[in-house]
Design a protein. Structure first.
Length: 163
């Protein structure tokens, strides 16, 4: 989903990628789904975003193939939640890189405003977006957790692509 222009047909790989991942709301929506928070109302509350903005980003991420809708029953009418696809799961290193860059270069507004990438295989915080800097294993959603100090005292395992 383009921010201002359609870059989907550009010859530059970065421009094509930014056409989908270059929107901050889209990245934050993906963050929420990786955290296992794929229901509209829960995302809206966590992100403090307008319905129209969230709807547009979710629609764009589904159309781009990063998210899929899955029906669930909340005891009333059937509803939809959003889950990662394998394409969405492959965006994990991009989100990890943003987190690590921010932690390194931008001051946090409070002591709790930190997030770290943890390789659950060895239990260590990593300094690389795609490979554990302690044991060398490739990071995937299945073996990575995020420790957001504003969310939890312990790291949160990431959601993986829906089966």
């Amino acid at each position: 989903m383009a921010l201002r222009s359609d870059w989907s047909q550009r010859s530059c790989s970065m421009a094509r990628g930014l056409d989908i991942l270059g929107d901050p709301w889209s990245m934050l929506v993906l963050r929420e789904v990786f955290f296992g928070n794929g229901r509209f109302d829960a995302m809206k509350s966590r992100l403090a975003v307008a319905d129209s903005v969230l709807t547009k980003r979710l629609t764009g991420l589904v159309e781009a193939g990063l998210l899929a809708k899955r029906t669930y029953d909340d005891g009333g009418r059937p509803r939809q939640e959003y889950v990662l696809t394998s394409m969405g799961e492959d965006a994990l290193p991009v989100l990890n890189a943003v987190v690590m860059w921010s932690e390194k270069h931008l001051p946090a507004p409070s002591a709790e405003a930190h997030m770290f990438v943890i390789h659950t295989g060895c239990g260590q915080r990593t300094g690389s977006a795609d490979t554990c800097t302690h044991c060398g294993e490739r990071l995937t959603a299945a073996n990575t957790s995020w420790h957001s100090l504003t969310r939890s005292e312990a790291p949160i395992n990431l959601a993986t692509a829906a089966a």
